[in-house]
Ligand binder design. Structure first.
Ligand code: NAI
Ligand code: SOE
Length: 355
């Protein structure tokens, strides 16, 4: 492998651009860009110094080290499988696949090939999230009540449309499969507790969307239990007016409670029995990276992506960065998504999650 990790980006929408920028920030090099058409590939390649447009087959045949898959969900399984079979390390966007069977297939293949295979659960990379994780890990009695929400409004209008709305491209669960899995991944990452059973109710704000009957949920309510004995509750919505990308959690214990808000990610609220504190991000504290800017110079979504890609590339070089979300995390998310769908279809029946 050459000094700088050589990457290809597949998919040129929102995530294609974010990944391209993150590769450069992580000191990798975007060599190839593949899109749904040569024109789309050229458009992004022209915006990334040194990148060339290509087709997916050329990406597979090339000598790039890592393939970043940033396409709609239903394409992930086939593309990630082919990239692993071609000997590439793979970053595959979430959800890793649209079924447990496909996600398990990819996790198994990644393990057999020994390639680095990661999924961008990037909210893990906020310094304030890492701080909450280390404080909970070092605390006396852990949280017993885990609650929060992930609310958006980009699908609030009945006219708003996207490939995610279509189950054949986005998957059978839309709001949970798109954003609920971020919250669950973050909860399990921060608390170290895993969901063992859940019950879910799913619903739509609009029975008809963009002229078609809505086949995927706009939101839902999930109750859960964990292997650490905690109780939990999560509300998700993509039709909550005014909420842009509000991933919020409160993990409450008798000694301390921890609150994080993705729209204000520089601080972590820590409630205590005698006093409450708001901890500003500080690179000297756990979770701060050597290259991070000093507190007061806000860390954002792009920086989380850059740190995620930097850690993925460190793994490609043989290092073992802490907290890297691998295809196993993608498989876990697929299992949770299937449990949510099964529970909701059975009138919110308690549904167990396989370990
Ligand atoms: P998008 O719709 O903006 O972009 C998808 C791109 O894929 C489009 O440019 C489309 O032309 C291209 N495409 C479609 N078929 C293709 C093919 N056969 N070959 C190459 N390119 C093809 O969607 P967005 O928001 O970028 O989402 C992409 C993926 O990233 C999804 O799986 C989504 O769930 C995930 N995502 C993850 C985020 C995160 O925080 N980790 C944030 C946003 C999206
Ligand atoms: C749209 O809901 C979206 O872009 C998701 O696909 C991402 O995963 C989330 O991080 C932000 O919102």
């Amino acid at each position: 492998m050459s000094q700088r990790v050589q990457a290809a980006i597949v998919g040129t929408g929102f995530m294609g651009s974010v990944h391209a920028r993150a590769v450069t920030a992580a000191k990798g090099r975007v060599r190839l860009v593949a899109g749904s058409s040569p024109g789309r590939a050229r458009e992004l390649a022209e915006a990334v110094p040194g990148a060339e447009p290509a087709g997916f087959e050329e990406v597979l045949a090339s000598d790039v080290d890592v393939v970043h898959i940033c396409t709609p969900n239903h394409l992930h399984h086939d593309m990630a499988r082919r990239a692993l079979e071609a000997g590439k390390h793979v970053v595959c966007e979430k959800p890793l696949a649209v079924s447990v069977r496909e996600a398990a297939d990819l996790a198994g293949l990644a393990a057999r090939t020994g390639r680095v295979a990661t999924v961008p659960f990037v909210y893990r990379f906020y310094a304030s999230v890492r701080l909450a994780r280390s404080l909970i890990g070092a605390g006396d009695r852990g949280p017993w009540l885990l609650h929060g929400s992930y609310l958006q409004d980009w699908l609030a209008s009945p006219d708003a449309d996207n490939w995610r709305v279509d189950a054949s491209r986005g998957g059978g669960s839309r709001a949970f499969g798109d954003i609920g899995i971020h919250w669950c991944d973050l909860m399990e990452f921060v608390t170290g507790q895993r969901i063992t059973a859940l019950q879910a109710m799913l619903g739509t704000a609009h029975p008809v969307r963009a002229g078609r009957p809505s086949a995927t949920e706009d939101g839902g309510v999930v109750s859960f239990r964990t292997d650490g004995g905690a109780l939990g509750s999560l509300v998700i919505s993509q039709a909550s007016a005014g909420r842009k990308n509000r991933l919020w959690f409160s993990f409450d214990g008798p000694d301390a409670s921890y609150v994080f808000d993705q729209e204000n990610p520089e601080s972590l609220w820590v409630g205590g029995p005698d006093a409450n504190r708001t901890l500003a991000r500080d690179p000297a504290r756990p979770g701060g990276r050597p290259q991070a800017l000093p507190a007061g110079h806000p860390q954002g979504y792009h920086e989380c992506f850059a740190d995620f890609v930097a850690d993925t590339y460190a793994a490609v070089r043989g290092e073992t960065p802490d907290g890297l979300p691998t295809f196993d995390a993608g498989l876990r998310a697929a299992r949770l998504t299937q449990a949510v769908l099964d529970s909701a279809a059975a009138d919110a029946t308690w549904t167990e999650i396989p370990a």
